[in-house]
Design a protein around this ligand. Structure first.
Ligand code: FUB
Ligand code: ZN
Length: 661
């Protein structure tokens, strides 16, 4: 009898292990090619990813330690065991910075093992475990002292009593995202176990019909879905959908009604991107997951409408989103101020997470057009060239006086609310997973970076290699080597800047059409140029060593905004490849205020170093004076400095402006 009991326990335990290790379920028609399949060799991106592991992660852990974010987990443990203590830090979501750094560690370890960093991270996870209450609850400030939260804008009270602001579910969401990443990257379960215990608590509390509530700040939805993908446990998926279904639905719960937190109407009826931009894009990402998993056309229609509104009316030329400092929110359609732009780094990152899902749902290249623009401009501007200083908002103009960056006119090494630095840490190391995707016998190439990758299509394994100096140069060699010669389609995205339209929609346009076009050859034989839905599709029998060569024409291009963007009337921005350029006063000390652009300009490109980083610079000569432009992402690396992306245009034909809607 005793033996039988032991056997049953053993089987149950094994069963639990097995279900946790279940293969990843896949719901999107298009599959990502994961980080561990891609070895980056790129001279632009690889140093940036290495910078995250070698410098930024250490910096962030040190800050989390010195500002008490890590100690909070220990204090929570002491309080649970009858001790006393005070919460350190300033934000009710300080726990998430620790989770986000661990997520970044996980992705950075995939292709760059670092046993010391992994061991240190494991020890941080052991400390996190201490801060979890026996029933799975984990939000340290509330465990330590529920009646005295760290921030005066969060009311004290019982668990879940002020979800609109308490960030308890936001904390869970980031925990889930980090746990999924750490488990996948290291195979270790400890953080995942903490996450699952917390997720089970959420299912108990919010999963039943008696408790209809939603998170104040979204992200728990995508986090739960990641846990569902790992475990196959449908409760997590149902809860994620429930949170979305209930949002803004006054027939099902007492809504907060605030558009700032997207609770003003049911999500399926929302067709304008409003409110807090980070919350919005995290929510749209969750909605896209639901559209994919349930094959739900209502959810799909809703995210398509929201996407169109956001990109056609509310997006900066840098890909940034969120026009207002007030509430960190979207403005009205075409409200895109430069000096006071918010364009939070987190919002750009969230937009990429969402756009990648939209691509995997639809296969449309337009989503990667937004991703590329945001990656090289809106996101990358958020971190200094040496990885030590950050932007939270990313304006498109700086007058040296408006202290846009949380009280500062330039980059800061950290913030009380450090969501942006830690979001960069979790996002940048995972960038190589955006390069490729597969769909049946189709292989998508969405981004250009030097790398070698191992992929699999139904008919064969393929080794693929990109050799390129993109985005400095427009030449890309792609070696396609299938294990066995087979027929399949290679779909190569045509970058927006190599066409006559910078972005989908009519928010921006090039001032002058392209005079030359890109070329494609296979094994040196020129191919006819046919692109469909933004892709060149090369369908043929591929064999080992086949080589595609792409040449995208690189020019400095002028961009205008729709005349509905009133503050950009008669203004021009410069672009080279995927980079938006700007002028900084330090390079143009005598002419910064009088700097203009004209259709007749001739631009010269040249290479130099900015600080110690290689950059391609642009200049133009005007009345004997030389004007200098630098890539937008490199601005503010030389102290407080005036800067402009959009410059007054002179000599533009009025008829061209009229053509804009
Ligand atoms: O509220 C949590 C994070 O802090 C948001 O995502 C950011 O916008 C910042 O407010
Ligand atoms: Zn942020």
């Amino acid at each position: 009898m005793k033996n039988k009991l032991l056997l049953i326990v053993l089987i149950l335990l094994l069963g639990m292990q097995w279900s946790k290790k279940k293969a990843t379920l896949s719901d999107y028609p298009i599959q990502e090619v994961k980080l561990n399949q891609v070895i980056l060799t790129d001279s632009f991106w690889l140093p940036r990813i290495q910078l995250i592991q070698n410098k930024v992660i250490t910096h962030a852990f040190e800050k989390c330690q010195s500002e008490g974010r890590i100690e909070n987990f220990i204090t929570a443990h002491q309080v649970m065991n009858g001790g006393t203590g005070t919460t350190q830090g300033k934000m009710p979501f300080d726990d998430t910075d620790v989770y986000k750094v661990l997520e970044g560690v996980a992705y950075s370890l995939v292709n760059n093992p670092n046993p010391q960093l992994e061991q240190y991270s494991d020890s941080i996870i052991s400390i996190i475990a201490l801060g979890q209450e026996p029933d799975g609850y984990i939000t340290t400030w509330r465990t330590i002292d529920p009646w005295h939260p760290t921030s005066e804008w969060v009311p004290g009270g019982e668990r879940w009593s002020h979800l609109e602001i308490s960030h308890e579910l936001y904390n869970s969401g980031h925990l889930f995202e980090a746990a999924a990443a750490y488990h996948w990257a290291t195979g270790k379960d400890k953080l995942l176990d903490i996450a699952l215990k917390n997720a089970d608590l959420l299912v108990d509390v919010f999963g039943n019909d008696n408790h209809n509530a939603v998170p104040g700040h979204q992200i728990v939805e995508t986090g739960l879905i990641k846990l569902y993908h790992i475990t196959g446990k449908e409760d997590y998926l149902h809860l994620a959908k429930k949170f979305l279904d209930l949002r803004g639905d006054s027939t099902a719960r007492q809504i907060w009604g605030a558009s700032n937190i997207q609770d003003h109407q049911p999500v399926l009826q929302q067709d304008e991107a409003v409110g807090h931009a980070v919350r919005a894009v995290y929510m749209y990402a969750g909605m896209t997951d639901i559209a994919a998993i349930y094959k739900d056309s209502d959810y799909r229609n809703a995210v398509e409408k929201l996407w169109e509104n956001m990109t056609h009316h509310k997006m900066y030329i840098t890909g940034g989103i969120g026009a207002r400092h007030h509430n960190e929110e979207f403005g009205d359609n075409h409200e895109l101020p430069n000096l006071t732009a918010y364009s939070e780094t987190c919002a750009s990152i969230g937009s990429i997470y969402w756009n990648d899902r939209m691509f995997r749902l639809t296969g449309d290249a337009k989503y990667y057009s937004i991703i590329e623009r945001t990656l090289y401009n809106g996101v990358l501007a958020g971190i200094s060239l040496d990885g030590t200083h950050f932007f939270y908002p990313n304006p498109l103009e700086c007058d040296g006086e408006f202290a846009f960056n949380k009280g500062s006119c330039t980059r800061e090494e950290w913030f009380d609310c450090s969501c942006c630095p830690t979001n960069l840490i979790r996002f940048i190391p995972a960038i190589p997973s955006l390069i490729y995707a597969t769909h049946g016998d189709e292989l998508y190439i969405n981004l250009f970076m030097a790398n070698t990758a191992q992929l699999e299509l139904p008919q064969t394994k393929i080794k693929i290699e990109q050799v390129t100096d993109y985005p400095i140069e427009g030449k890309i060699k792609i070696n396609v080597s299938p294990e066995t010669a087979s027929e399949f389609a290679v779909k190569i995205r045509v970058p927006h800047w190599a066409t006559n339209q910078p972005v989908p929609g009519s928010l921006y346009r090039y001032s002058t059409p392209l005079t030359d076009t890109y070329t494609v050859s296979i094994n040196k034989e020129t191919m006819p140029i046919e692109s469909e839905e933004g892709y060149i599709t090369l369908n043929r029998q591929w064999k080992e060593g086949d080589e595609i060569e792409l040449n995208f024409p690189m020019h400095v291009r002028q961009i205008e905004a729709s005349n509905q963007v009133l503050n950009l009337a008669s203004c021009t921005a410069l672009e080279y490849g995927p980079f938006i350029y700007c002028a900084e006063e330090v390079d143009n000390p005598d002419c910064f205020t009088t700097l203009t652009l004209s259709a007749e300009d001739n631009y010269k490109i040249y290479d130099d170093t900015l600080r110690t980083t290689f950059v391609r610079l642009v200049e133009k000569e005007h009345n004997g004076e030389i004007y200098h432009f630098i890539p937008y992402y490199t601005w503010a690396n030389r102290g407080v400095n005036k800067m402009k992306v959009w410059l007054p245009t002179i000599n533009n034909s009025p008829s061209e402006h009229m053509a804009l809607k």
